[in-house]
Design a protein around this ligand. Structure first.
Ligand SMILES: C[S@@+](CC[C@H](N)C(=O)[O-])C[C@H]1O[C@@H](n2cnc3c(N)ncnc32)[C@H](O)[C@@H]1O
Length: 177
């Protein structure tokens, strides 16, 4: 299995709904929000985000060409960007917007350099927002490094109805300019 994929099994509806709920709580119904989903795969979490009917526009960035074609077919109203998050930051930035950054990149399977690049890109995207919530799942109740902890917080919530069980990390960042 390629390092960037991390799992061949799509996330369960329960995990996807848990991720989407974090986004809905953060953005509420106020205007001026944007959702960026990184690593959408075949859209398990994308579907939950779309179904949660949050008013904010949703952009997906996904490295795999085949997955992007699938996502475009199944989610015609979602903007799908093919490529790495760290190479598409400009297209993922709406300065001053409130950003919900939803990530399922496999933090533990990436090489150290790949993970550093992804987390650094997340930090920059968050800094350009007026406020941001980052939501990430892992298959372990811990994180791979200190940088991930400072970005994602120290407390995760378990979702047992997933194969394998998953932990959802969710941290809010208020940006002072
Ligand atoms: C474990 S799959 C998650 C798929 C789906 N979100 C789910 O939960 O079922 C991880 C996905 O992240 C993508 N990915 C990994 N690193 C990425 C990066 N730096 N930028 C964009 N996509 C990335 C992979 O191509 C893969 O489709």
């Amino acid at each position: 299995m390629p390092r960037r994929v991390g799992s061949v099994v799509p996330s369960s509806p329960q995990l996807a709904k848990r991720m989407a709920r974090e986004v809905a709580h953060f953005l509420g119904s106020k205007p001026g929000g944007r959702i960026v989903e990184v690593g959408a795969g075949t859209g398990a979490i994308t579907r939950a985000l779309v179904n949660s009917r949050t008013a904010a526009p949703l952009t997906v960035v996904e490295a795999d060409r085949g997955c992007c074609a699938y996502l475009r077919r199944h989610f015609p109203l979602v903007q799908v960007i093919e490529g790495l998050v760290e190479e598409n930051e400009e297209r993922l930035t709406t300065p001053g917007a409130r950003l919900a950054l939803v990530s399922s990149v496999p933090l533990f399977s990436l090489t150290g350099d790949q993970r550093t690049n992804v987390l650094a890109a997340y930090e920059r995207l968050i800094r350009r927002a007026s406020a941001a919530r980052i939501v990430q799942f892992t298959y372990a109740p811990w994180l791979p490094d200190q940088r991930a902890y400072s970005l994602l917080g120290r407390r995760a919530q378990s979702v047992w109805q997933n194969l394998p069980p998953a932990w959802v990390w969710s941290a809010t960042h208020q940006i002072s300019t």
